[in-house]
Design a protein around this ligand. Structure first.
Ligand SMILES: NC(=O)c1ccc[n+]([C@@H]2O[C@H](COP(=O)([O-])OP(=O)(O)OC[C@H]3O[C@@H](n4cnc5c(N)ncnc54)[C@H](OP(=O)(O)O)[C@@H]3O)[C@@H](O)[C@H]2O)c1
Length: 244
């Protein structure tokens, strides 16, 4: 099922990331795309309506909502790809500031954006990008896992609030070889002397299907989650058979 001729808001469109990949696909299908990130420079997507907005607080959400009202007045679909683990930490030494920051970026933003989307759509659909970290005890990314697990709960619970007119679902990827991750892996290879091939293979070690997951690979599942009328409150697994 394809998204066509819809007004789609994509949040968190990092260059070479998951949000940008789905944005590029949906543009080709004649959807009207609005896009936001934390720091959106004018030259990032010169032909697309875009704005910078911090979606972790009410001022940023208001700025985004006011802007959408001037552009389209409403949206049909929200695809939210804001998030990130921010840093690795010893689980016994996580400070409250760091935990709060990770929760704000991964969970508070999703809550505020969902509320905003419901004000901007009479009927439609919301898709949040979750992570396998929501289900897996990835110890140095504990704060991220807590936040994404909270997002899974939120999606399941909000489906009951938003039905029958608005559907809310998630897509949960394993490690994605985004542009940012590729850069980090190259730097790590230079720093440690471990070969890039080994680092890539390590990232796929828990996957049954030994293929690097690329941002574009997620497009089909994100679009399915956004369009199928048969599902709400569910998180689709995009883990290439990851063993938890
Ligand atoms: N990459 C992976 O391996 C992976 C795996 C599983 C799940 N995910 C999830 O997939 C989503 C996309 O990840 P990604 O790797 O493609 O992108 P990313 O490089 O992690 O970028 C995240 C995006 O979030 C935006 N952002 C961060 N804080 C924000 C804030 N306060 N307000 C508004 N926007 C904010 C960033 O804006 P700027 O562009 O302006 O910095 C960026 O566009 C995230 O939710 C991530 O947790 C990623």
């Amino acid at each position: 099922m394809l998204l066509e001729n819809k007004q789609v808001l994509i949040t968190g469109a990092a260059i070479g990331g998951i949000g940008e990949a789905i944005m590029n696909k949906l543009i080709k299908q004649d959807n009207l795309i609005l896009v936001t990130s934390l720091e959106m420079s004018d030259d990032r997507f010169p032909n697309i309506e875009s704005i910078s907005a911090d979606c972790t607080n009410k001022d940023g959400i208001k700025k985004l909502e006011d802007w959408i009202k001037t552009k389209t007045g409403s949206i049909d679909v929200l695809i939210n790809a804001i998030g990130g683990s921010l840093a690795s930490k010893n689980p016994l030494e996580i400070e409250s500031n760091f935990l709060n920051r990770v929760i704000k970026v991964n969970l508070t933003s999703a809550v505020l954006l969902t509320q905003m989307a419901t004000r901007l759509m009479k009927s439609g659909s919301i898709v949040h990008i979750v992570s396998t970290s929501a289900y897996e005890a990835s110890l140095d990314k504990m704060s991220y896992g807590i936040a994404k697990a909270g997002l899974v709960y939120y999606i399941r619970a909000m489906a009951q609030v938003l039905a029958p007119n608005i559907r809310i679902n998630g897509v949960s990827p394993t490690y994605v070889f985004t542009e940012r991750h590729n850069q980090e892996l190259k730097q790590k290879a230079e720093r440690t002397g471990i070969s890039l091939e080994q680092l890539v293979s390590d990232r796929m070690a828990k996957q049954l299907l030994k293929k690097p997951l690329l941002p574009d690979d997620l497009n089909e599942m994100i679009e399915f989650a956004a369009t199928t009328p048969l599902m709400t409150g569910k998180v689709l697994d995009a883990s290439l058979g990851r063993i938890y």
